[in-house]
Design a protein around this ligand. Sequence first.
Ligand SMILES: O=P(O)(O)OC[C@H]1O[C@](O)(CO)[C@@H](O)[C@@H]1O
Length: 249
Amino acid sequence: MYIDWVKKMKLIRVKDYEELSKKASNILASQIILKPNSVIGLATGSTPVGMYRALVQLYKNGDLDFNDIKTFNLDEYYELNSANPQSYHYYMNENLFKHVNIKERNINIPNGMRKDIIEECDRYEKKIEACGGIDLQVLGIGRNGHVGFNEPDIKFEARTHIVELDHDTIEANSRFFESYEVVPKQAISMGIKTIMHARKILLLANGMEKAEAIYCTIKGKITPEVPASVLQLHPDVTIIIEEKAALMI
Ligand SMILES: O=P(O)(O)OC[C@H]1O[C@](O)(CO)[C@@H](O)[C@@H]1O
């Protein structure tokens, strides 16, 4: 492990995915131990799967208690219901929630099935506020530098909203679906402003295909073309980068 600071961002370089997952779960576990009623922002995608596995293990060993934890997920596909195995509701249940003692009423994920989507986005934002804001937000990163589903050219001032997914994102995520055609083309996502309001941010990057996005996020100019680059302006960001994702920095 190698720790570095670039423009106020704390970079933790790790040798492989296992170390990334362990390190990320330890950071989350410290947050939960130090503040048992923390509000945690959660991410989906393949990258945090190992972190969730490690958190479940800590819980099973009796080292972690989710009883007072509240969670808010970053995003959900539009018009996929929670019983659909491709939905992020389903993913979260399978990877974390059903294995730990979190209370159902403390779990928050945007509801892509609501008829009035604008109202749903508004409700989600208000709920985050009512819970006192997010203490620690976990993020993955897309090949195009997206965070949550905030695609390139997003408005930095956006809050939770409905987004049109990029071709690149649909293509990347089609590995979880039968084909490109059946991947939803829209999603509800926390906006950049919502993410930037979190007190702490933990970004995880794994694999060569993230190397360019990570380079632009850390060393590039701050631009809506690389949504994650805005994190340079956040006062408390930790990025855990596996060796191949760190190739360009
Ligand atoms: O971890 P993965 O599967 O590479 O996904 C990266 C990003 O893409 C998304 O899955 C959305 O496309 C995000 O939720 C995630 O942060």
